[in-house]
Design a binder for this molecule. Structure first.
Ligand code: ADP
Length: 268
């Protein structure tokens, strides 16, 4: 990055994040105290945005990794690759964050293969070490480095849960969808839609979330509300915006979708 670009990045405002409580203070304290952080909460409630906001606020580079069931420790630490006939070591995102002193955010960490926890353990106690078996290096994390992981407790099953011995290495914050008055501000700010036109979406979300009978795998997220509001702000019909940004993404089941449409009629 040249100097001008660095200056631009440094003065760019952090991405918008409206706190639900004291999470920003807690994040900063955890970073200063060199403690790893665990974020729990449903999909689309603002975890990724929160981390991006805090990284920018603290002026730290951020590596975000969306974990999946094929993700191995080597994907995080790095591997030897063939480049122009030579094998060269290429740092993975975790190693990079340790080397430069930034934040490494592992989203949905429970999805990753079990060998990932082996790499995380020495990094999450007071040693703060990252052993790179392949190169024989042992990296000591600088004070600026922070490990942040997240998972969605709603997805948990016996096979995919964070072991207590791993969980107990983190300071933890539980996030949920923002309270209605906060969520209204978030959706209005993100979409540019007038708050009075956002309100029916918030009412609809409360109704959908409080329904226990509907067989939904996931709750209606803040993200989906932002999508619906953005379509409305662009001039799309509200009922159609809700259909395509909320109902269709939430379910494939015709009966469930019919139930959701009834709630829409009652809410807007
Ligand atoms: P998660 O990582 O929990 O799945 P995201 O961080 O991607 O969710 O959030 C989804 C979207 O919801 C964001 O892109 C943002 O538009 C909005 N959002 C949710 N909560 C907030 C908040 N507190 N402040 C600002 N935007 C938010």
């Amino acid at each position: 990055m040249d100097n001008l670009a660095q200056l631009g990045a440094a003065i760019a405002a952090p991405p918008f994040y409206l706190p639900q409580g004291k999470e920003c203070e807690l994040f900063e304290l955890a970073w200063r105290q060199r403690l790893p952080l665990l974020l729990k909460g449903p999909t689309g409630c603002g975890k990724t945005r929160f981390v991006a906001h805090m990284a920018a606020r603290l002026g730290l580079p951020l590596q975000t990794v969306a974990c999946h069931d094929d993700l191995t420790a080597a994907d995080l630490t790095g591997r030897y690759l063939l480049k122009g006939g030579e094998t060269v070591w290429v740092d993975g995102p975790l190693t990079h964050a340790v080397r430069v002193g930034g934040i490494c955010y592992l989203d949905e960490v429970v999805e990753a293969r079990k060998d990932v926890t082996v790499v995380l353990h020495p990094l999450t106690d007071d040693r703060r070490l990252l052993p790179l078996e392949r190169t024989g290096e042992i990296l000591e994390a600088p004070p600026e480095f922070m490990l942040v992981v997240s998972y969605n407790p709603g997805y948990q099953n016996i096979l995919k849960s964070l072991k207590p011995s791993t969980r107990q290495r983190f300071v933890a914050i539980e996030l949920d969808f923002p309270r209605p008055e906060l969520e209204l501000r978030v959706v209005a700010a993100e979409s540019g839609l007038d708050p009075e036109r956002v309100r029916p979406l918030i009412n609809l979300a409360s109704r959908v979330r409080s329904l226990k009978g509907l067989d939904l795998e996931e709750a209606c997220s803040t993200r989906l509300l932002v999508y619906a509001a953005s379509l409305m702000q662009a001039g799309f019909d509200p009922v159609l915006a809700i259909e395509h940004a909320i109902i269709e993404p939430l379910s494939d089941d015709a009966d469930v979708k019919a139930g959701l449409r009834e709630l829409v009629r009652a809410s807007i």
